[in-house]
Write a protein that binds this ligand. Structure first.
Ligand code: ATP
Length: 366
C-alpha cells in the first residue's frame, strides 16, 4: 500500500532564522523524490517535520489526505506509519539481524508467527536471507545499511524517509546500493523521500528531484528537466557542470533569439519570450560544446561558433576537460569531450554548439 504525501506552505523558524521559507511539495503514491541541496539548505528539517520529530511554524503536512502536522502540533512519530533510514545505520550492535528487524514489530505487539514471517520476507527483499542469526556487529557497512532498510520496511509503512543513507559507504558500494535501494523501493511501491547532497544519487535514483537552497525549493522536476532545463543559475550550477555567461538579449528573429555575451561575440538560442533588450544569463553544458582545432567552422543558422585558445587541459579518463579563453574578452569556457584525440594547451580552437544547447536563465538575485 502506498500513500500520497503533501507539504503545504511549510515554514519552520528557529528564533528569527527561517530554516524553511514556504515549502510546497506534493508526492504521489509510490513516487521516489529526492531533496537535493547544499549543507544547511533545509533538507533534514523538511524530513524531520514529515517524520514528526519536529513541528512546523506554519503550514500543514498530510498523508493520504489526513492532517498529521500543522502549526499547532501533530501526530507523534510512532502514529504516522513512517519508516526511516539514517546515514549512521543505527543498527543495534548487541542484537542479531533477526532481532533488529523484528524490534519495531514486537513494539507494535504483532503476534509471534506474523513477526517471524514478516522478518524473513523483508530480509529476503533486501538480499539478507540466511543472515538471521548473525550478530549485527559482524556485518559490513553495506549489510548494516540493508538491515536498517529492512527494519524500516518490516512494519509495511505508508512512507519511507531516507536521510543520506549512502554517505558512510565507499564509492563502489554507494553505486551498487543506489540501484538496489531504487529496485527495492519500486518492488514495494512505497512513497519515498530521499535526502542527499549528491547530484548523481538524486539524478540516477529519483522520479523527481527537488533542488533546495536557502530554505526554498528552487525547482522540482524529473532528473531530465532539472539537468536540461534548469530554472535559474543556482540549479544550473548545482546540478552538473555549466558555463553560465552574462548576456544581453539583442534581437529576435522568428523562433531564434540573439544574445550578446561579450564585445563582438553573440550566439543564437531558442526564443525565450519577453527578453528583448534585457540582461540575462546563457547556460551551456560543457559536454554540448565541440572543440575543433583552427577556425574552420563558421556560425550558420542554428550552429554557434566561438573562437578560443585552450588555457588548460585536464585528462579525466573517460572525458577530457578543456578550459578555454576567448581572446580579447573575460570569457572562460569549459568544454568536455571524449579524449580520443587530445589537444594541447595553447591550441587555437573553434567551439561549436547548437542554438538548442543554450538555455536562457534570469539574472541571479543580488
Ligand atoms: P546538511 O546537509 O548539512 O544536513 P540540511 O540541508 O539538512 O544540511 P538543515 O539541517 O535542515 O540543513 O538545517 C537548515 C538550517 O536550519 C541550517 O542553517 C541550520 O543551522 C538551521 N537549524 C536546523 N536545526 C536548528 C535548530 N534546532 N536550531 C537552530 N537552527 C537550526
Amino acid at each position: 500500500m502506498s500513500y500520497k504525501l503533501e507539504l503545504n506552505n511549510i515554514v519552520r523558524n528557529y528564533g528569527s532564522f527561517q530554516a524553511l521559507k514556504s515549502i510546497d511539495l506534493q508526492i504521489e503514491e509510490g513516487e521516489f523524490i529526492s531533496l537535493l541541496g547544499p549543507s544547511g539548505c533545509g533538507k533534514s528539517t523538511t524530513i524531520r517535520l514529515v517524520a514528526g520529530l519536529d513541528n512546523p511554524t506554519d503550514g500543514e503536512i498530510r498523508i493520504d489526505g489526513d492532517l498529521v502536522s500543522s502549526a499547532g502540533g501533530g501526530l507523534p512519530p510512532e502514529k504516522r506509519n513512517i519508516g526511516m533510514v539514517f546515514q549512521s545505520y543505527a543498527v543495534w550492535p548487541h542484537m542479531t539481524v533477526f532481532d533488529n528487524v523484528a524490534f519495531p514489530l514486537k513494539m507494535a505487539g504483532r503476534p509471534k508467527a506474523e513477526i517471524e514471517s514478516q522478518v524473513r520476507k523483508t530480509l529476503a527483499l533486501v538480499g539478507l536471507d540466511g543472515f538471521e542469526t548473525r550478530s549485527a556487529t559482524m556485518l559490513s557497512g553495506g549489510q548494516q545499511q540493508r538491515v536498517s532498510l529492512a527494519r524500516a520496511l518490516a512494519p509495511e509503512p505508508a512512507i519511507l524517509l531516507l536521510d543520506e543513507p549512502l554517505s558512510n559507504l565507499d564509492a563502489k558500494l554507494r553505486e551498487t546500493m543506489r540501484f538496489e535501494i531504487r529496485a527495492i523501493q519500486q518492488r514495494v511501491g512505497i512513497t519515498t523521500i530521499f535526502v542527499t547532497h549528491s547530484q548523481e544519487e538524486a539524478l540516477t535514483m529519483s522520479d523527481r528531484v527537488a533542488v533546495m537552497n536557502g530554505g526554498i525549493i528552487q525547482q522540482i522536476g524529473t532528473p531530465e528537466e532539472i539537468y536540461h532545463r534548469p530554472k535559474n543559475g543556482f540549479v544550473a550550477g548545482f546540478v552538473g557542470l555549466a558555463n553560465i555567461l552574462p548576456a544581453l538579449a539583442e534581437s529576435c528573429a522568428g523562433d531564434r533569439l540573439r544574445l550578446q555575451i561579450a564585445d563582438g561575440i553573440s550566439i543564437v538560442c531558442d526564443h525565450a519570450p519577453d527578453l528583448d533588450g534585457k540582461r540575462c544569463q546563457a547556460m551551456i553544458r560543457p559536454e554540448s560544446i565541440t572543440v575543433s582545432p583552427g577556425d574552420a567552422l563558421e556560425a550558420s543558422g542554428d550552429l554557434n561558433s566561438v573562437r578560443g585558445v585552450i588555457d588548460r587541459v585536464s585528462f579525466g579518463g573517460n572525458v577530457v576537460d578543456y578550459f578555454i579563453t576567448s581572446p580579447g574578452t573575460d570569457l572562460t569556457w569549459r568544454a568536455q569531450t571524449n579524449p580520443k584525440k587530445l589537444l594541447a594547451s595553447g591550441t587555437e580552437v573553434t567551439m561549436t554548439f547548437g542554438a538548442d544547447d543554450v538555455r536562457v536563465l534570469p539574472l541571479d538575485p543580488k
